[in-house]
Design a binder for this molecule. Structure first.
Ligand code: 5GP
Length: 208
């Protein structure tokens, strides 16, 4: 019988959800968190203006450019990026505290953020969400009616280049029917919990 070093049934890890603007990333993240108490959402800091349906501290920490720069310089952000003419960043302490408490953290990040998280946390899982088509994406973004026309146009124009980054991700989920897409993301989280490297490490050979 080998001498097992350790095993865990519910490992904690990071799950990054990326995809073009309007594809439904944050709704998917919130759907997973609300059905699984071991998954929590990472609230990013951003310099972009708050939308009418958003709450400070729930959707984002809305900060000014100086405060954002201070957070970055103090090493408080695990990653940061300029996206669609605003700054966004992930508070590091929340990730580390939640994982230390055994929880999986789900992050809604652009592709720069996703790749930066993978460098800093190599066992992070990267999921790319695709729309059924670019036309559907455009209709969804225009239907949202929370952003100005120039903002919407900029986001639509950025989508094809963003989608090319799906090639660097671990999983792809097409968000056509929302509940089906949410079920896929939940299945990925469930499967990743049983990934051998996370749960079971054989004892190292005795080097004495
Ligand atoms: P929105 O302004 O529509 O909420 O988000 C714009 C983009 O910024 C989305 O692609 C979203 O995934 C990304 N984003 C949100 N928070 C962060 C973050 O902390 N870091 C990075 N790199 N991207 C973020």
């Amino acid at each position: 019988m080998p001498d097992y070093q350790s095993w865990v049934s519910d490992p904690a890890f990071l799950v990054v959800v990326s995809g073009p603007s309007g594809v439904g990333k944050s709704s998917l993240c919130h759907a997973v968190c609300s059905s699984d108490s071991r998954v929590c959402y990472s609230v990013s800091a951003t310099t972009r203006p708050i939308r009418p349906d958003e709450a400070d501290g729930r959707d984002y920490l809305f900060v000014g450019p100086e405060e954002f720069a201070q957070m970055r310089e103090a090493g408080e952000l695990a990653e940061w990026a300029e996206v669609h003419a605003a700054w966004y960043g992930t508070p590091r302490r929340f990730l580390d505290e939640q994982m230390a408490a055994g929880r999986t953290v789900i992050l809604d990040l652009d592709v720069q953020g996703g790749l930066a998280i993978k460098r800093a946390y190599p066992d992070a899982v990267l999921i790319f969400v695709l729309p059924p088509s670019l036309d559907v994406l455009e209709r969804r973004l225009r239907g949202r009616r929370t952003d100005r026309e120039d903002v919407v146009s900029r986001r639509i124009a950025a989508a094809p280049a963003e989608i090319e980054h799906a090639a660097s991700y671990d999983y792809v989920v097409v968000n056509g029917e929302f509940e089906a897409a949410a079920a896929r993301v939940r299945s990925i989280v469930t499967a990743e919990r049983s990934r051998r490297e996370r749960c079971y490490r054989p004892a190292l050979p005795d080097s004495r």
